[in-house]
Design a protein around this ligand. Sequence first.
Ligand code: GRG
Length: 296
Amino acid sequence: MASTALFPPQIEANRKLIEDALERYCDFDSDCPQHLAEAIRYCLLAPGKRIRPLLTLAASEVCGGEMSNAIPAACAVEMIHNYSLIHDDLPAMDDDELRRGRPTCHIKFDEATAILAGDALIPMAFETIAKEIQPSDVALECSRLLARASGPSKLVGGQADDLGCEFGERDRVMLERIHSRKTGALLTVSLEMGAVTAQASGSHRRSLVEYGKHLGLAFQIVDDLLDFRGSQTKMGKRTGKDADRGKLTYPSVLGEAESETLVHQITDQAIASIEPFGEAAKPLELLARFVVSRTQ
Ligand code: GRG
């Protein structure tokens, strides 16, 4: 699907590689029911920003890695991200009707199909890693990292606490604990997998993880600010909902101005973490600046 340009040309070129690969990975055999294949394609190929897979490619490139190894890792993260969006939109969770400017999966299809489409994306991610990444010890390390980041102590645990927090503890420590797992873990693992597929040195890998931790936090604060200021048309999803539900967010805990200041401080810290790469880190810097200034 043709998507609107969001980034400078060099990053858009990588976005096109990701879109093409996702399309290829949606080549289901005849045992996959047609409506399930249609639901998976509807969600995975919808016009997302592709921030996580772009981070994987940028991390691999800055470490001198090969695209042939980085692309499957990038698409695997995007598959896990898409499963989490489909399930998050369900009535039992965030109960949303709009995602990426279109009806959510359970509205377009039905609830059972949305649950199954989300379910299917998880093994698809791990199959992609196992089949496409070489050598096998690199594929194994990517699987381990992605399983950890999307598991009960990270993505799923952060989501569980976030749902509980609508009624529970409401302070900055809890807020950071939730978001470092719910949002930060997948963003960080996107970068770490880029480093791993490039067989980067330990110090380069650590710099990218550090950058990812800061970026994950900045991303979440911006997400909260966008929801708080809310333009449904631009965001392609319902906004103002966090406040309506009394949800724990950065603007609700710190206020709008302090949240804004924090985003800029954290982004500077993210960019400082990749200084060891010198000029080669420019795409990662551009992606960090995009995260802060994004309007969707
Ligand atoms: C269901 C286990 C499970 C987890 C759900 C995705 C998620 C966790 C929650 C969604 C709520 C939310 C606003 C999270 C904040 C960060 C986030 C994941 C935003 C959406 O990511 P983008 O902006 O989306 O990268 P696109 O559509 O561009 O891919």
